[in-house]
Design a protein around this ligand. Structure first.
Ligand SMILES: Cc1cc2nc3c(=O)[nH]c(=O)nc-3n(C[C@H](O)[C@H](O)[C@H](O)COP(=O)(O)OP(=O)(O)OC[C@H]3O[C@@H](n4cnc5c(N)ncnc54)[C@H](O)[C@@H]3O)c2cc1C
Length: 318
């Protein structure tokens, strides 16, 4: 069993193009995502830079499935893991540079680093990024936002490559960014963005970032194994209020629990499986639907296979 599994995943790497970045076979996804759950990724690819990523996409066999992840702060990967190649943007795509037309940021850059760099450069308007624990790429895909601002408000242009390695450059308007949604084709991998920021007093920027941090720490389980807001707020309503209203606060399933602090956050208390977390979320959807007729929509992206149908990576624990 073990030998067969190693052969299978080695052979996937053998079928992939030669790159300057790095391939790793059978990676425990739980090490890559905030929830700390999920089965193995068959292969993880960290491109050296944008050209390396485009080269990989142009030459990858077309039957190999592709998934892109940032730092997994809005992701629930199921216990069976992810077949094919998981692209994870790293250092080679995380540059932050001020140019005449705006702040150029790599899609692998952490939102918090973008906010810190803007502070150092005396640029205001990006303070909201200080409280979002994802990457720029994940932020574009989710149109992430907090405290009255979102990517749509500050984005000038985004660059992406598609599944065939072709490059695209689009204005914010053409990306179709709405509440926690981006209309870009599913196969696009964002590689960089240009953000709008205006000169501001460093003390004013720092004070706003402090205010955001304090608010966040007092209202959200920011140090827990979580995936952030579980459900989108239905129009004119709050997901947390609906969950609270049906007695969801503190509800548990296996090792998963609805946060006592903020009941739109699900938490892995230590031994949770992805199935515990997803099952708990589905239970909340049913309760809210039964009581109010409103169907909560997942904000957390759920990906991967159930046990038995994912990659064969015997020996890699979830
Ligand atoms: C404690 C906590 C607090 C949070 N607070 C907020 C908040 O205030 N506001 C908010 O909006 N979100 C919040 N989130 C959710 C999360 O941080 C954001 O959605 C973030 O933008 C996700 O970025 P990521 O890099 O972690 O993406 P991931 O979670 O890794 O992926 C999310 C989605 O983006 C896609 N994706 C990732 N990178 C790329 C890329 N380069 N190109 C194309 N698609 C890509 C993935 O395929 C997936 O569909 C919070 C999460 C946590 C854990």
């Amino acid at each position: 069993m073990m030998a067969a599994s190693i052969a299978r995943n080695d052979s996937l790497v053998d079928r992939l193009p030669t790159v300057r970045g790095r391939y790793r076979a059978c990676v425990a996804v739980s090490e890559l995502v905030w929830f700390r759950v999920g089965g193995p990724a068959e292969v993880v690819f960290r491109p050296a830079d944008r050209d390396d990523l485009a080269h990989f996409l142009r030459h990858k066999p077309s039957d190999v499935p592709l998934t892109v992840i940032g730092v997994g702060s809005n992701l629930l990967v199921r216990d069976g893991g992810i077949s094919g190649v998981v692209v994870r943007l790293g250092r080679g795509l995380s540059e932050i540079t001020l140019k005449d037309d705006g702040l150029h940021v790599g899609a692998g850059a952490l939102d918090a680093n973008v906010a810190m760099t803007a502070l150092q450069l005396g640029l205001g308007g990006l303070e909201f990024l200080s409280g979002i624990p994802g990457t720029v790429g994940g932020g574009l895909r989710m149109n992430a936002g907090a405290y009255g601002a979102e990517f749509a408000d500050v984005l000038i242009r985004a660059e992406a490559v598609d599944a065939k390695g072709a490059a695209h450059s689009v204005s914010a308007k053409d990306l179709g960014l709405t509440y926690r949604h981006c209309a870009a084709p599913d196969d696009w991998i964002f590689t960089s963005a240009v953000l709008r920021a205006a000169p501001a007093e460093a003390e004013t920027i720092a004070a706003r970032m402090r205010e955001i941090r304090e608010k966040r720490e007092s209202t959200q389980p920011v140090r827990a194994r979580t995936g952030g807001s579980t459900f989108k707020n239905p129009p004119g309503n709050s997901a947390w209020k609906l969950i609270d209203g049906v007695g969801g606060r503190g509800l548990a399933r296996g090792g998963a629990r609805v946060s006592q602090q903020h009941c739109n956050f699900l938490i892995n208390e230590g031994g949770a499986t992805a199935a515990d977390i997803e099952g708990l979320g589905d239970d909340l959807i049913e309760r809210v639907r039964g009581a109010t007729g409103i169907t909560l929509q997942w904000e957390i992206q759920r990906i991967g296979a159930v046990p038995g149908s994912g990659p064969d990576c015997a020996g890699v624990s979830s």
